[in-house]
Design a protein around this ligand. Structure first.
Ligand SMILES: C[S@@+](CC[C@H](N)C(=O)[O-])C[C@H]1O[C@@H](n2cnc3c(N)ncnc32)[C@H](O)[C@@H]1O
Length: 255
């Protein structure tokens, strides 16, 4: 058997070639992928997203031109998996809880995770949605993220590396949005939409949003990520493909 496996593929009989599994991520296995195999093969704790949900972003990351810039809101049991799905590109995690960053990085110091402070509370979601249109610095034609103190939906104080890179894939699975004083996902959704619109490189930005069984996630997604850009969804995950938009006169995100 081992002698058979060591011969070049060109020497395989054609019927066996057709059975050969197609490689999904090309190139040699990287250290982070090996770490992920070791971790998930020996851990009883698995990611919260379902196989069907994870497969959606896995397929997009697999087809993303290398290097793929991958921004993930939230640090969790899935972080090593996300980083290993993007072995040749930068994967940056934004996490609300400094203690949780320390806990996760203790076991996985090779992950690039930064703490983010949010200026919103879940209980303010309805008010923020109703009032942002009256704040000029929140409107899509005029808004910006870095240093935007006026618009509370703008993540204005992120590490520079977030603003300096154009993100090909954005996963929003944080911050927490299941109790009134939690930050909620409003600012993450708004800021992801702003990043996608500001893209200068060719191509669209893929945005994945988890927990769309909740009203706030759905309402803010409809307002800022736009249903017309929704290209798929499964379980509690929605997938958007958002084109760049450099119009300086837009007053609505989803015209
Ligand atoms: C909704 S969870 C997403 C979990 C992620 N999808 C996973 O599979 O682990 C998002 C947030 O919950 C918090 N969190 C998740 N697991 C935690 C834990 N074990 N301890 C403390 N906070 C946690 C973190 O703030 C994280 O950003």
């Amino acid at each position: 058997m081992s002698a058979f496996l060591t011969v070049g593929h060109r020497d395989w009989p054609s019927y066996l070639l057709s059975l050969r599994p197609k490689p999904t991520i090309s190139g040699p296995t990287t250290p982070i992928q090996l770490q992920a195999i070791l971790h998930y093969a020996t851990s009883k704790v698995t990611p919260q997203q379902s196989l069907q949900e994870i497969t959606k972003s896995f397929n997009v990351l697999r087809s993303c031109k290398s290097p793929c810039n991958f921004l993930v809101f939230g640090l969790g049991y899935d972080s090593l998996m996300w980083a290993s799905f993007n072995p040749n590109g930068p994967t940056l995690f934004l996490e609300e809880t400094p203690e949780w960053v320390t806990t996760v990085l203790k076991d996985a110091p090779w992950l690039n995770a930064k703490t983010v402070s949010y200026r919103t509370r879940l209980k303010e979601a309805d008010r923020l949605l109703a009032s942002y249109r009256h704040v000029p610095d929140c409107l899509p034609g005029k808004a910006f993220l870095k240093g935007n103190r006026e618009c509370r939906l703008a993540l204005e104080n992120l590490p520079d590396e977030v603003y300096e890179r154009e993100w090909d894939v954005i996963m929003i699975d944080a911050p927490r949005g299941y109790f009134p004083d939690a930050p909620g996902r409003m600012a993450a959704i708004y800021s992801a939409a702003m990043m996608a619109r500001a893209r200068k490189r060719v191509g669209n930005t893929h945005v994945f949003l988890h927990d769309v069984d909740r009203k706030v996630e759905r309402e803010f997604a409809k307002e800022f990520l736009c249903l017309k850009f929704k290209v798929g969804g499964v379980g509690r995950l929605w997938h958007f493909e958002i084109p760049p938009n450099n119009s300086t006169s837009s007053t609505k995100f989803c015209d």
